[in-house]
Design a binder for this molecule. Structure first.
Ligand code: NDP
Length: 265
């Protein structure tokens, strides 16, 4: 049969690791599929192009995760609540939207603790904190949100039906897990940590979603404090694996995908 085309729509997409990861996965499974960057200034036009060209599925990244929603025939309920779609799946003549960021985060964190009933301190109120927060609520975890800008944080906390604290007070909290979804720790903030080292022993599990660098100051200090640490590769890998499964109905080849991500970080 003919090659099926997948891709990533966003602006910019030149530096995305997704093509390398998904092409390696398709090849490892012997699938006649390719995954290409699809730079797009206009999200709605990009979805129309996916329809017209018969593209079999796509990832969606910044700045189109929100705007594509109204162009799709169906959107998964959690993605709709988050208000962001990062995955488009063709089902016959229809295009369906999903969000695998929360699935990836839950899988990464869920390997270290039972999410149902767990108390999780979530740092940040941006796009990824939003997806992770709704995902944690979906899994039955109790969330405490801590972030820098009060209005933005309080608005998200209200939607998540959870308490909000200013980031400076996050160090006074204790929880079963701590998740950093701020960009603190990522270059150019690579020398910074969102929480003082002395506060980390109050969190048995610490996940940092920053992946550039992978070994953040937060994770180095959490390791020293005896916490179970999860780096940003886990969420990145598992959100991609969930996409692979939605597109192929097959289990994702995790080892090859992980290795490809590592080689391309
Ligand atoms: P956003 O820009 O949407 O949100 C950034 C958040 O970080 C905001 O809450 C912002 O605070 C906070 N922040 C930024 N600088 C500071 C600072 N100096 N002090 C305190 N808080 C700060 O980004 P995203 O949510 O898209 O991404 C966040 C991080 O997660 C990035 O490093 C990104 O690379 C990483 N990421 C990892 C993924 C993975 O799969 N591993 C997936 C997606 C993202 P405020 O609330 O005040 O605006």
């Amino acid at each position: 049969g003919s090659t099926e085309v997948y891709g990533i729509i966003g602006n910019p997409v030149r530096h995305s690791r997704s093509p390398a990861m998904h092409n390696a996965a398709f090849a490892a499974c012997g699938l006649n599929k390719v995954y290409v960057p699809l730079p797009a200034l206009d999200g709605a036009a990009a979805v129309a192009a996916i329809r017209t060209l018969g593209i079999a599925g796509a990832s969606v990244t910044i700045p189109h995760k929100e705007t594509v929603i109204e162009q799709l025939d169906k959107v998964d309920p959690v993605a709709a609540r988050i208000g962001a779609v990062n995955t488009i799946v063709r089902r016959g003549d229809e295009l369906h939207g999903a969000n695998t960021d929360w699935l990836g985060a839950n899988q990464a964190l869920g390997e270290a603790l039972e999410l149902a009933g767990a108390k999780v301190l979530l740092l940040g109120a941006g796009g990824s904190a939003r997806a992770i927060g709704f995902g944690l609520r979906e899994a039955g975890a109790k969330v405490i949100l801590a972030s820098r800008t009060p209005e933005r944080g309080q608005e998200l906390a209200q939607q998540l039906d959870c308490p909000w604290v200013p980031l400076e007070q996050a160090a006074e909290q204790a929880a079963n897990a701590l998740v950093n979804a701020t960009s603190v720790g990522m270059a150019p903030l690579a020398e910074q940590s969102p929480l003082p080292a002395a506060a980390l022993a109050a969190f048995p599990v610490v996940m940092d979603i920053v992946y550039s660098p992978l070994q953040t100051r937060l994770l180095r200090e959490a390791e020293a404090a005896g916490c179970h640490c999860i780096d940003g590769l886990a969420m990145l890998l598992y959100q991609g694996a969930a996409q692979f499964t939605m597109w192929t109905n097959q289990e994702a080849p995790l080892a090859i995908m992980r290795q490809t991500l590592l080689e391309n970080l």
